[in-house]
Design a protein around this ligand. Structure first.
Ligand code: ADP
Ligand code: ASP
Ligand code: MG
Length: 411
């Protein structure tokens, strides 16, 4: 008998009918001899609805109140889910993050988990009960409700799996596994039966929202076996593998993209030590994450300096950069928040050259201009106008033959 965490995302619990179907998957898991523990997201669209209400009410809502508000979405779905399990004849009970005691730091809206208390859940499971835990939320040392950022229920599931030593952490969703790219954009995308931990880290951090990046990092730290599968529980889905990739590892395993990017360029920055620090220091002090950075070779003692941030941080970053530019004596500040980023990921890149040139040729053939580039050992990311992103994803998916079974690809 194994302990299995089953996390249901918003679309899997979007209505009472969906919740009853999801509960049937849990009943089936228990009937197969496992001990299930359920983690649930808010009903599909609910978190967005609550956010919309907050924006209608206040131009800049307090982060504490936002957490109080958003955590209510999961409070509704866990109660309904526990009711559905009880209706199906199971002993089940819902738990909020504060009742389990998922302890976090006090950074509202982006809290990190510090510790998960397991005694209450363990006692309940020992008596044959199925706990239904609210995803996305915890509690800080002062008893304040905190949340983990969009998609944070994945992190709750993996954290509980780690703390309880679960045999598997299942992420049940509206697709039947992890694909070579978002199947909503490329219908020919293929499901991967396995993906290496390093690859899913890159895909998740580059915008593939199938798993929250924090959940993937947690899984890596505690070696949690994670499987993404369809909400019906059928099929083998995609298993995240911690094994070393074999020699025939595909060159490119997947393509991720993010539509929520913005870039900022300082033109004519005097090229002296400390200039880059003077630009980026205030940005990072404001907890704004800088992603790509490009600086050209100096000409006439000056450089142009560009970097990208998440679009939600654009306005604040522009204000900070204008102040830094005035101090540095930079000629001009340019901003563009109509950009998007595409990333090609694969562990096979380590041992093969030529991926970048193949990528640029394919983009050129579509007439797509690249604005910034960054690379890691197993990833190449390019920034482009956001109107080009869908065409770019489709053309690179074809160029790297990701629509073909791995064994049949030429590259
Ligand atoms: P949930 O509400 O269950 O958490 P999400 O919407 O967060 O579901 O994540 C599932 C979605 O992720 C899919 O509907 C799909 O559009 C998107 N997605 C993006 N990239 C991928 C990928 N590589 N493989 C599978 N799904 C992906
Ligand atoms: N309900 C939260 C969100 O929509 C958390 C989650 O679904 O994982 O982002
Ligand atoms: Mg999600």
């Amino acid at each position: 008998m194994g302990l299995v965490i089953q996390k249901f995302g918003g679309s899997s619990v979007a209505s009472a009918e969906h919740i009853r179907s999801a509960a049937a998957v849990v009943v089936h898991c228990q009937a197969a001899g496992h001990k299930p523990l359920v983690v649930v997201s808010a009903m599909g669209g609910e978190t967005d609805r609550l956010l919309g209400l907050a924006r209608e009410t206040s131009a800049s809502p307090s982060r504490r109140e936002l957490d109080m508000l958003l955590s209510a979405g999961e409070q509704i779905s866990v109660a309904l889910f526990a009711m559905a399990l009880r209706e199906a004849g199971c002993e089940a009970r819902s738990f909020l993050g504060s009742q389990v005691r998922i302890l976090t730091d006090s950074v509202f809206c982006k809290a990190h988990i510090r510790e998960v208390e397991t005694s209450r859940l363990q006692a309940y499971m020992a008596s044959g009960g199925i706990p239904v835990v609210a995803g996305f939320q915890g509690v800080d040392a002062e008893g304040e409700v905190t949340t983990f950022g969009r998609g944070g229920s994945d992190t709750t599931a993996v954290a509980l799996a780690a703390a309880l030593g679960a045999d598997e952490c299942q992420i049940l969703t509206d697709v039947d596994g992890i694909y070579t790219t978002d199947p909503r954009v490329v219908p020919e995308a293929r499901r991967l039966s396995r993906i290496t931990f390093e690859e899913i880290i890159e895909l998740a951090s580059q915008g593939s929202r199938v798993l929250q990046i924090r959940a993937v990092k947690f899984a890596g730290k505690y070696n949690v076996p994670v499987r993404v599968l369809h909400m019906s529980g059928r099929g083998e889905g995609t298993l995240i593998s911690f094994e070393e990739p074999g020699v025939e590892a595909p060159l490119v395993s997947g393509i991720a993209f993010s539509r929520d990017e913005a870039e900022i360029t300082l033109v004519g920055v005097p090229n002296r030590p400390g200039a880059a620090a003077a630009i980026l220091g205030p940005v990072s002090a404001a907890r704004i994450q800088v992603d790509m950075i490009v600086m050209n070779a100096p000409r006439d003692g000056c450089v142009d300096f560009s970097f990208s941030v998440d679009r939600s941080d654009y306005a604040q970053a522009m204000d900070l950069v204008h102040a830094a530019a005035a101090e540095l004596g930079a000629a001009q500040v340019l901003g563009n928040d109509a950009v998007a980023k595409l990333s090609v990921v694969g562990v096979g890149m380590r041992t093969h050259a030529g991926i970048a040139s193949h990528m640029f040729e394919a983009l050129a053939a579509e007439g797509i201009n690249v604005r910034m580039v960054s690379t890691s050992e197993i990833k190449i990311s390019v920034m482009m106008a956001d109107k080009d992103i869908d065409a770019a994803v489709r053309s690179l998916h074809r160029a790297f033959e990701l629509d073909q079974p791995a064994g049949r690809r030429r590259n």
